[in-house]
Design a protein around this ligand. Structure first.
Ligand code: UDP
Ligand code: MN
Length: 324
């Protein structure tokens, strides 16, 4: 049987940071599958080098250069650039089955069991649950399917302007045909759901397996103070559960940033880590204690995330991570 792989995508250095965290989080949870990163030609060389360290395969996808049907489709629908790049995952035919993960996801437990599912399996979208969210989905690479998807894309476009609209149009019986293709929501838990159905989040949130930071503000849009272990940014804009966001930053700053430093060398780059403080506090290490405490703190509001022993807590969390 051909190998199976997790696949992610990054067309620029910002999303590449996310892809690195996705890869690292899969490795930390001991996946037995291959890891593939599809990247656009604009991802910088140092970022490509770091991705190559984390992923088994890093493939540059340049739709404009490809000269194939994707190129033609792109000429007709230049608005769907990133979408065409994402659809390229169907060309990975040296794998029998794959799980696509958006670059703005974070894996919080082993999810290899997703490979028991069939194409096209995905979790409901929190905004319109008769559609699936295309941030996490199981698929079977196939040139035939790839061709059909491109054709569908060129003829019908995307009702939401992105890949999710195209994929829901193409796999349009997802909502009704086969319940085994409905992944539990914990495989694609988006922050939006936390706010729109807080009691359900309190009940089920601790079972989360994949967190998805969907929406405008991505984890890398914030800044992080490694000394105080605090995330800074516009609190009003924070559409994300603070502890998951902090998990993202701890993994990123402790394992990805050192690799970036190594590969960028003297070249300047934006790590997102700052030393200065004074901006609004969003979350601190205090929130990392335990899931029960987390819930409680969350319910109490953000002011309680500041704690005198926050450094000890984060240290414990880091030690646990490294000893896994
Ligand atoms: N993406 C990318 N570059 C972009 C926009 C998107 O590489 O400029 C990829 C990336 O893998 C990202 C996915 O496409 O996770 C979907 O976009 P995004 O996550 O921003 O959409 P959302 O989940 O917020 O709807
Ligand atoms: Mn996303």
């Amino acid at each position: 049987m051909a190998a199976q792989a997790f696949v992610t995508l990054a067309t620029n250095d910002s999303y590449a940071k996310g892809a690195m965290v996705v890869g690292k989080s899969l490795r930390n949870h001991k996946t037995s599958k291959k890891l593939v990163a599809l990247i656009g030609p604009h991802v910088s060389d140092p970022c490509q080098s770091v991705l190559k360290k984390i992923f088994d395969e890093v493939r540059i996808v340049n739709v404009l250069d490809s000269g194939d049907t994707a190129h033609l489709a792109m000429m007709k629908r230049p608005d769907l650039g990133v979408t065409f790049t994402k659809l390229h995952c169907w060309t990975l035919t040296h794998y029998s089955k794959c799980v696509f993960m958006d670059a703005d996801t974070l894996v919080v437990s082993n999810i290899d069991e997703l490979f028991d599912r069939e194409e096209l399996s995905a979790a409901p979208d929190p905004g319109w649950p008769d559609c699936f969210n295309s941030g996490v989905f199981v698929f079977r690479p196939s040139m035939e399917t790839y061709g059909k998807l491109l054709q569908y894309c060129t003829e019908h476009g995307s009702f939401d302007g992105g890949d999710q609209g195209v994929l829901n149009g193409f796999f349009n019986d997802w909502a009704t045909a086969d319940i085994t293709k409905h992944l539990p929501f914990i495989y694609n838990l988006s922050s939006i759901a936390i706010y729109t159905y807080l009691p359900a989040f309190k009940q089920f949130g601790s079972n989360a397996k994949v967190v998805h930071f969907l929406g405008k503000t991505k984890p890398w849009s914030y800044t992080f103070d490694p000394k105080s272990r605090q995330i800074k940014g516009d609190v009003q804009e924070a559409a994300t559960h603070p502890t998951f966001l902090l998990d993202w930053w701890i993994l990123y700053s402790s394992t990805v940033v050192p690799m970036l430093h190594e590969h960028f060398g003297e070249q300047p780059f934006h790590s997102g880590c700052v030393e200065a403080s004074g901006q609004p506090l969003l979350a601190s290490a205090e929130s990392l204690a335990s899931s029960a405490e987390r819930k409680q703190l969350w319910e109490q509001g953000q002011a309680d995330y500041m704690g005198v022993d926050s450094f000890e807590n984060i240290q414990r969390k880091l030690d646990a991570f490294l000893n896994m």
